[in-house]
Design a protein around this ligand. Structure first.
Ligand code: PLP
Length: 282
Protein backbone atom coordinates (compact mmCIF):
# COMPACT_ATOMS: atom_id res chain seq x y z
CA UNK A 1 0.00 0.00 0.00
CA UNK A 2 1.25 3.47 -0.84
CA UNK A 3 2.04 6.19 1.64
CA UNK A 4 0.60 9.49 0.46
CA UNK A 5 1.01 13.07 1.67
CA UNK A 6 -2.07 15.00 2.73
CA UNK A 7 -2.11 18.35 4.54
CA UNK A 8 1.14 17.94 6.41
CA UNK A 9 0.91 14.21 7.12
CA UNK A 10 2.26 11.06 5.52
CA UNK A 11 -0.49 8.46 5.77
CA UNK A 12 -1.47 5.13 4.17
CA UNK A 13 -3.45 5.81 0.95
CA UNK A 14 -6.65 4.39 2.49
CA UNK A 15 -6.47 6.86 5.36
CA UNK A 16 -6.25 10.08 3.35
CA UNK A 17 -9.64 11.80 3.78
CA UNK A 18 -10.88 15.04 2.19
CA UNK A 19 -14.16 16.83 2.97
CA UNK A 20 -17.11 16.43 0.58
CA UNK A 21 -17.20 20.26 0.54
CA UNK A 22 -13.65 20.51 -0.76
CA UNK A 23 -13.51 23.07 -3.60
CA UNK A 24 -11.40 20.69 -5.64
CA UNK A 25 -14.18 18.08 -5.50
CA UNK A 26 -17.15 20.43 -6.06
CA UNK A 27 -15.68 23.04 -8.46
CA UNK A 28 -12.40 21.60 -9.82
CA UNK A 29 -11.04 24.66 -7.98
CA UNK A 30 -7.57 23.18 -7.89
CA UNK A 31 -4.26 23.01 -9.71
CA UNK A 32 -1.83 20.15 -10.07
CA UNK A 33 1.55 19.00 -11.29
CA UNK A 34 3.04 15.70 -12.38
CA UNK A 35 6.77 15.23 -11.83
CA UNK A 36 8.57 12.20 -13.14
CA UNK A 37 11.06 10.14 -11.15
CA UNK A 38 14.06 8.32 -12.65
CA UNK A 39 16.46 6.32 -10.48
CA UNK A 40 14.60 7.69 -7.47
CA UNK A 41 15.31 11.30 -8.46
CA UNK A 42 13.02 14.14 -9.53
CA UNK A 43 13.13 15.29 -13.14
CA UNK A 44 12.69 18.99 -13.95
CA UNK A 45 11.72 19.74 -10.34
CA UNK A 46 12.39 23.50 -10.56
CA UNK A 47 10.23 23.89 -13.66
CA UNK A 48 7.29 22.09 -12.10
CA UNK A 49 7.48 23.94 -8.80
CA UNK A 50 7.65 27.27 -10.64
CA UNK A 51 4.70 26.43 -12.87
CA UNK A 52 2.66 25.33 -9.85
CA UNK A 53 3.37 28.70 -8.22
CA UNK A 54 2.26 30.46 -11.40
CA UNK A 55 -0.96 28.38 -11.66
CA UNK A 56 -1.75 29.10 -8.00
CA UNK A 57 -1.08 32.81 -8.56
CA UNK A 58 -3.34 32.96 -11.64
CA UNK A 59 -6.33 31.70 -9.66
CA UNK A 60 -5.37 33.24 -6.32
CA UNK A 61 -4.85 30.22 -4.08
CA UNK A 62 -2.51 31.05 -1.22
CA UNK A 63 -0.81 29.09 1.52
CA UNK A 64 0.61 26.18 -0.54
CA UNK A 65 4.01 24.64 0.26
CA UNK A 66 7.06 26.47 -1.10
CA UNK A 67 9.79 24.93 -3.26
CA UNK A 68 11.81 23.60 -0.31
CA UNK A 69 8.69 22.04 1.22
CA UNK A 70 7.78 20.35 -2.07
CA UNK A 71 11.28 18.97 -2.42
CA UNK A 72 11.13 17.54 1.10
CA UNK A 73 7.63 16.10 0.52
CA UNK A 74 8.69 14.47 -2.75
CA UNK A 75 11.88 13.00 -1.33
CA UNK A 76 10.01 11.60 1.63
CA UNK A 77 7.38 10.04 -0.67
CA UNK A 78 10.09 8.53 -2.88
CA UNK A 79 11.82 7.06 0.18
CA UNK A 80 8.70 5.77 1.93
CA UNK A 81 7.36 4.17 -1.25
CA UNK A 82 10.76 2.99 -2.47
CA UNK A 83 9.95 4.60 -5.82
CA UNK A 84 12.61 4.07 -8.47
CA UNK A 85 10.73 5.13 -11.59
CA UNK A 86 7.34 6.73 -12.08
CA UNK A 87 5.61 9.96 -11.17
CA UNK A 88 4.62 12.11 -8.23
CA UNK A 89 1.24 13.82 -8.54
CA UNK A 90 0.73 17.08 -6.61
CA UNK A 91 -2.59 18.84 -6.14
CA UNK A 92 -3.55 22.01 -4.30
CA UNK A 93 -7.22 22.98 -3.91
CA UNK A 94 -8.78 26.16 -2.50
CA UNK A 95 -9.60 24.13 0.59
CA UNK A 96 -12.67 22.78 2.32
CA UNK A 97 -15.19 25.38 3.51
CA UNK A 98 -18.22 24.28 5.53
CA UNK A 99 -20.71 24.49 2.67
CA UNK A 100 -20.95 24.69 -1.11
CA UNK A 101 -20.74 28.27 -2.33
CA UNK A 102 -19.54 29.88 -5.56
CA UNK A 103 -18.03 32.67 -3.49
CA UNK A 104 -14.50 31.90 -2.37
CA UNK A 105 -14.12 30.90 1.28
CA UNK A 106 -12.46 33.31 3.77
CA UNK A 107 -8.82 34.05 3.01
CA UNK A 108 -7.64 32.13 6.07
CA UNK A 109 -9.13 28.85 4.74
CA UNK A 110 -6.22 26.46 4.35
CA UNK A 111 -5.65 24.93 0.91
CA UNK A 112 -5.87 21.15 0.63
CA UNK A 113 -2.45 19.81 -0.32
CA UNK A 114 -2.11 16.29 -1.68
CA UNK A 115 0.76 14.33 -3.20
CA UNK A 116 1.09 10.68 -4.14
CA UNK A 117 3.43 8.44 -6.11
CA UNK A 118 2.69 6.30 -9.17
CA UNK A 119 5.14 3.55 -10.07
CA UNK A 120 5.53 3.30 -13.88
CA UNK A 121 8.06 2.24 -16.49
CA UNK A 122 8.99 5.51 -18.19
CA UNK A 123 12.39 5.27 -19.87
CA UNK A 124 11.72 1.85 -21.42
CA UNK A 125 8.03 2.47 -22.10
CA UNK A 126 7.18 0.02 -24.92
CA UNK A 127 4.81 2.60 -26.46
CA UNK A 128 7.84 4.65 -27.43
CA UNK A 129 9.02 1.82 -29.65
CA UNK A 130 5.72 1.52 -31.46
CA UNK A 131 4.68 5.19 -31.40
CA UNK A 132 1.14 6.41 -30.83
CA UNK A 133 -1.82 7.05 -33.16
CA UNK A 134 -3.77 10.23 -32.65
CA UNK A 135 -7.08 11.59 -33.89
CA UNK A 136 -7.80 15.33 -34.05
CA UNK A 137 -10.84 16.71 -32.25
CA UNK A 138 -12.12 20.23 -31.61
CA UNK A 139 -10.49 22.02 -28.67
CA UNK A 140 -13.55 22.80 -26.56
CA UNK A 141 -11.68 23.65 -23.35
CA UNK A 142 -11.94 26.99 -21.55
CA UNK A 143 -9.68 29.83 -22.71
CA UNK A 144 -6.97 29.42 -20.04
CA UNK A 145 -5.28 26.19 -21.04
CA UNK A 146 -2.06 27.73 -19.68
CA UNK A 147 -3.26 27.20 -16.10
CA UNK A 148 -2.81 23.59 -15.01
CA UNK A 149 -6.19 23.10 -13.34
CA UNK A 150 -7.83 19.78 -12.50
CA UNK A 151 -10.68 20.50 -14.95
CA UNK A 152 -9.71 17.47 -17.00
CA UNK A 153 -13.14 16.17 -18.01
CA UNK A 154 -12.81 17.21 -21.65
CA UNK A 155 -9.31 15.76 -21.95
CA UNK A 156 -10.55 12.53 -20.45
CA UNK A 157 -13.59 12.38 -22.77
CA UNK A 158 -11.35 12.94 -25.79
CA UNK A 159 -8.82 10.33 -24.79
CA UNK A 160 -11.56 7.76 -24.28
CA UNK A 161 -13.17 8.65 -27.60
CA UNK A 162 -9.81 8.28 -29.34
CA UNK A 163 -9.38 4.82 -27.81
CA UNK A 164 -12.94 3.85 -28.74
CA UNK A 165 -12.10 4.84 -32.33
CA UNK A 166 -9.01 2.62 -32.40
CA UNK A 167 -6.37 5.29 -31.72
CA UNK A 168 -4.29 6.00 -28.62
CA UNK A 169 -4.93 9.65 -27.96
CA UNK A 170 -6.35 12.94 -29.23
CA UNK A 171 -4.82 16.13 -30.58
CA UNK A 172 -6.99 19.21 -30.23
CA UNK A 173 -7.59 21.78 -32.94
CA UNK A 174 -9.08 25.28 -33.01
CA UNK A 175 -10.26 26.40 -36.46
CA UNK A 176 -8.03 23.82 -38.13
CA UNK A 177 -4.91 24.68 -36.08
CA UNK A 178 -3.50 22.11 -33.68
CA UNK A 179 -3.21 23.43 -30.13
CA UNK A 180 -1.90 20.42 -28.18
CA UNK A 181 -2.54 16.83 -27.15
CA UNK A 182 -5.02 15.73 -24.48
CA UNK A 183 -2.21 15.87 -21.89
CA UNK A 184 0.90 16.56 -23.97
CA UNK A 185 2.37 19.29 -26.13
CA UNK A 186 2.28 18.48 -29.85
CA UNK A 187 5.17 18.94 -32.29
CA UNK A 188 5.89 18.10 -35.92
CA UNK A 189 9.03 17.98 -38.04
CA UNK A 190 8.55 18.95 -41.69
CA UNK A 191 10.16 17.26 -44.69
CA UNK A 192 12.44 20.31 -44.85
CA UNK A 193 13.69 19.35 -41.37
CA UNK A 194 12.05 22.15 -39.38
CA UNK A 195 10.51 21.46 -35.98
CA UNK A 196 7.21 23.29 -35.57
CA UNK A 197 5.61 23.77 -32.19
CA UNK A 198 2.72 25.92 -30.98
CA UNK A 199 3.86 29.22 -29.38
CA UNK A 200 3.37 29.74 -25.66
CA UNK A 201 0.08 31.56 -25.13
CA UNK A 202 -3.19 30.92 -23.30
CA UNK A 203 -4.23 28.19 -25.74
CA UNK A 204 -1.74 25.60 -24.48
CA UNK A 205 -0.13 24.42 -21.29
CA UNK A 206 3.44 25.70 -21.11
CA UNK A 207 4.96 22.25 -20.92
CA UNK A 208 7.95 21.81 -18.66
CA UNK A 209 9.14 18.92 -20.83
CA UNK A 210 8.67 21.05 -23.97
CA UNK A 211 10.90 23.72 -22.41
CA UNK A 212 13.62 21.19 -21.62
CA UNK A 213 13.36 19.34 -24.94
CA UNK A 214 13.57 22.33 -27.29
CA UNK A 215 17.20 23.22 -26.42
CA UNK A 216 18.15 19.62 -27.31
CA UNK A 217 16.64 19.86 -30.80
CA UNK A 218 19.17 19.70 -33.64
CA UNK A 219 16.69 21.04 -36.21
CA UNK A 220 15.63 24.64 -36.79
CA UNK A 221 12.62 25.46 -34.59
CA UNK A 222 9.59 27.52 -35.57
CA UNK A 223 7.21 28.40 -32.74
CA UNK A 224 3.98 28.86 -34.64
CA UNK A 225 0.64 27.08 -34.92
CA UNK A 226 0.51 24.27 -37.51
CA UNK A 227 -2.60 23.03 -39.26
CA UNK A 228 -4.22 19.61 -39.16
CA UNK A 229 -3.21 18.99 -42.78
CA UNK A 230 0.39 20.09 -42.16
CA UNK A 231 0.48 17.59 -39.31
CA UNK A 232 -0.97 14.81 -41.45
CA UNK A 233 1.75 15.44 -44.06
CA UNK A 234 4.66 15.89 -41.63
CA UNK A 235 7.85 13.83 -41.86
CA UNK A 236 7.75 13.16 -38.11
CA UNK A 237 5.51 14.02 -35.18
CA UNK A 238 5.77 13.61 -31.44
CA UNK A 239 4.33 14.71 -28.12
CA UNK A 240 6.12 15.80 -24.97
CA UNK A 241 5.03 15.43 -21.36
CA UNK A 242 6.49 14.74 -17.94
CA UNK A 243 5.35 11.13 -17.93
CA UNK A 244 5.77 10.33 -21.64
CA UNK A 245 9.01 12.30 -22.20
CA UNK A 246 9.31 12.47 -26.01
CA UNK A 247 6.73 10.10 -27.49
CA UNK A 248 6.65 9.44 -31.24
CA UNK A 249 3.36 9.90 -33.10
CA UNK A 250 3.13 7.53 -36.07
CA UNK A 251 -0.39 8.15 -37.31
CA UNK A 252 -2.65 11.21 -37.42
CA UNK A 253 -6.31 10.77 -38.43
CA UNK A 254 -5.46 7.39 -39.95
CA UNK A 255 -2.69 8.96 -42.06
CA UNK A 256 0.74 7.35 -41.59
CA UNK A 257 3.46 9.78 -40.56
CA UNK A 258 6.67 9.01 -42.48
CA UNK A 259 6.78 5.23 -42.90
CA UNK A 260 4.52 4.63 -39.92
CA UNK A 261 7.45 4.01 -37.57
CA UNK A 262 8.87 6.45 -34.99
CA UNK A 263 10.93 9.02 -36.90
CA UNK A 264 14.72 9.00 -36.51
CA UNK A 265 14.98 12.59 -35.27
CA UNK A 266 12.26 11.87 -32.72
CA UNK A 267 13.98 8.71 -31.50
CA UNK A 268 17.22 10.65 -31.15
CA UNK A 269 15.47 13.43 -29.27
CA UNK A 270 13.83 10.98 -26.88
CA UNK A 271 17.24 9.52 -26.11
CA UNK A 272 18.78 12.96 -25.65
CA UNK A 273 15.99 14.03 -23.31
CA UNK A 274 16.24 10.89 -21.17
CA UNK A 275 20.04 11.34 -20.95
CA UNK A 276 19.54 14.96 -19.94
CA UNK A 277 16.85 14.00 -17.39
CA UNK A 278 19.12 11.40 -15.78
CA UNK A 279 22.00 13.86 -15.57
CA UNK A 280 19.99 16.69 -14.07
CA UNK A 281 17.42 14.91 -11.85
CA UNK A 282 17.73 15.85 -8.17
N1 PLP B 1 -0.48 19.90 -22.34
C1 PLP B 1 -1.42 19.45 -21.50
C2 PLP B 1 -2.85 19.77 -21.77
C3 PLP B 1 -1.06 18.68 -20.39
O1 PLP B 1 -2.00 18.23 -19.55
C4 PLP B 1 0.31 18.37 -20.18
C5 PLP B 1 0.74 17.55 -19.03
O2 PLP B 1 -0.04 17.07 -18.26
C6 PLP B 1 1.25 18.85 -21.10
C7 PLP B 1 0.83 19.64 -22.15
C8 PLP B 1 2.72 18.56 -20.94
O3 PLP B 1 3.26 19.29 -19.90
P1 PLP B 1 4.52 18.79 -19.07
O4 PLP B 1 5.62 18.59 -20.08
O5 PLP B 1 4.82 19.89 -18.15
O6 PLP B 1 4.12 17.51 -18.42
Amino acid sequence: MRTIYLNGHFVPETEGKVSVFDRGFLFADAVYEVVSVLYGKLVDFDGHVQRLARSLGEIGIIGAPDADDWLAICRELVARNNLKEGMIYWQVTRGSPEDRDFVFPPADTLPTVLAFTQSRTLADNPLAQRGIRVITMPDLRWGRADIKTTQLLYASLMKNEAIARGADDAWMERNGWITEGSAQNAHIITHAGVLITHPLNREILHGITRASVLPLVAQRIEERPFSVSEAEQAAEAFVSSASGFVMPVVQINGQKIGNGQPGSATVQLRRAYIDWARRTAI
